[in-house]
Design a binder for this molecule. Structure first.
Ligand SMILES: Cc1cc2nc3c(=O)[nH]c(=O)nc-3n(C[C@H](O)[C@H](O)[C@H](O)COP(=O)(O)O)c2cc1C
Length: 192
């Protein structure tokens, strides 16, 4: 089972990178998840173009960056979205990365680590109805980091409370992903 930790901010000086590193470190130490391979998918590193064709992912003549992104997402059974909130919503670059693909998200799982002035709660909620397009199964609990409280001096300041709340969300994601992956593979085998 493979779970992708998607860092969704591409901004110079972003906080997202440090949050993604924390999530990856805790995920790899997560109890009861020794069989899970955690991989960091940094949207910035994929250097994705703005979506100008809904066929790019399928079209062999589509941009190589989109194909690399497609293949990395396709390999995962579930995801953790590390998402900031921009203008009360999902950041444009992250939404673009999501929109570039379709079937690669379908029937997979998601947990959300959101952050922003108010804990990224609106981006968090926006992701929940956005991913419903692909019947993604989302963990109800989430981690919400508040800029002024959790990033004194602009740096992520972790406490036991953060680790505990992340661990709870990851445990739910892992068990949900086990169930959903089994069912997705059963359904695929039955229809082939
Ligand atoms: C263009 C822009 C819009 C923002 N809008 C919001 C907002 O609506 N609500 C909020 O809580 N924080 C907002 N913020 C603050 C960000 O959530 C905060 O700066 C966060 O660190 C951004 O993530 P990043 O550093 O990984 O890019 C905004 C930041 C930017 C750059």
């Amino acid at each position: 089972m493979k779970i992708g930790i998607v860092i969704g901010s591409v901004r110079e000086g972003r906080l997202g990178e440090s949050i993604g590193a924390w999530v990856a470190e805790r995920a790899r130490a997560q109890a009861g998840a020794a069989d899970v391979e955690w991989t960091v998918l940094d949207v910035k590193a994929f250097n994705l173009p703005i979506m100008a064709s809904e066929n790019w992912a399928q079209d062999e003549n589509g941009p190589a960056e989109v194909h690399r992104w497609r293949d990395a997402v396709a390999e995962c059974d579930g995801f953790v979205f590390v998402t900031p909130e921009y203008n009360r919503n999902i950041p444009g670059a992250f939404k673009n990365a999501f929109d570039l693909l379709s079937r690669q998200w379908r029937d997979k799982t998601l947990a959300i680590v959101a952050y922003g002035g108010l804990g990224g709660v609106r981006a968090n909620e926006a992701w929940r109805f956005t991913v419903a397009s692909y019947n993604m199964h989302v963990v109800g609990d989430s981690v919400n980091l508040i800029r002024r409280v959790d990033f004194p001096g602009g740096k992520l300041a972790l406490t036991d409370h953060h680790d505990t709340s992340l661990s709870k969300v990851l445990a739910r994601l892992v068990s949900l992903t086990r169930a959903v992956t089994t069912e997705r593979e059963r359904a695929a085998a039955a229809s082939s």
